[in-house]
Write a protein that binds this ligand. Sequence first.
Ligand code: IMP
Length: 208
Amino acid sequence: MSKLGAEKLVIATHNAGKLKEISALLAPFGLECVSAGELGLLEPEETGTTFVENALIKARAASAAAGHPALADDSGLSVTALDGRPGVYTADWAERQWFEGEAGRDWFMAMGKVEGMLQAQGSEVDRACWFSCVLAIAWPDGNSITYEGRIDGTLAWPPRGTMGFGYDPVFVPLGESRSFAEHDPEEKHRISHRADAFAKLVSDQFGG
Ligand code: IMP
């Protein structure tokens, strides 16, 4: 058995896409993955001010309610010239009342907001940014651990590409000319902030 000490892991997400992606990444380790949504667990409020705090809030709530270890993630985009914003508020910047997109989120509005704030600083503004992903595992006995992944890049404008989600059309990884939305998903998943955090988790929990 892995360091995890259990064969069943609760994935603390109500997002079917994330559950699918995380279950696929954990498939080689023979774990039974069940989502917080499937168990009917309530989603806690993300009141943290860091990715680590929010990932821990979600993992601890699910683990305590389900009585099994739970895995949660929290992620977002940080822009150097905006002092790291939107950061933990990445999803909030896309919220628009009555908008009929994915969960009421308008990503073009959000990308436009970031770009508008950058352009307000002049044409020489630093366009550096990075995506972060924190994975947290919490156990019912109160123990927890976090793993942090990151990918650095620059902000492109206008948005380019049709693959991916969220801010992918304006994120160009360092050393690349294509945006994340111009990468096919497998290519993106090999280099992303989520892949980086997962590699650290797998190496620590499963030794490989
Ligand atoms: P949360 O982790 O569900 O709280 O959401 C963080 C938000 O960050 C997402 O809704 C996305 O908009 C954004 N985000 C996180 N990872 C990515 C990515 O790989 N590409 C584009 N946007 C991302």
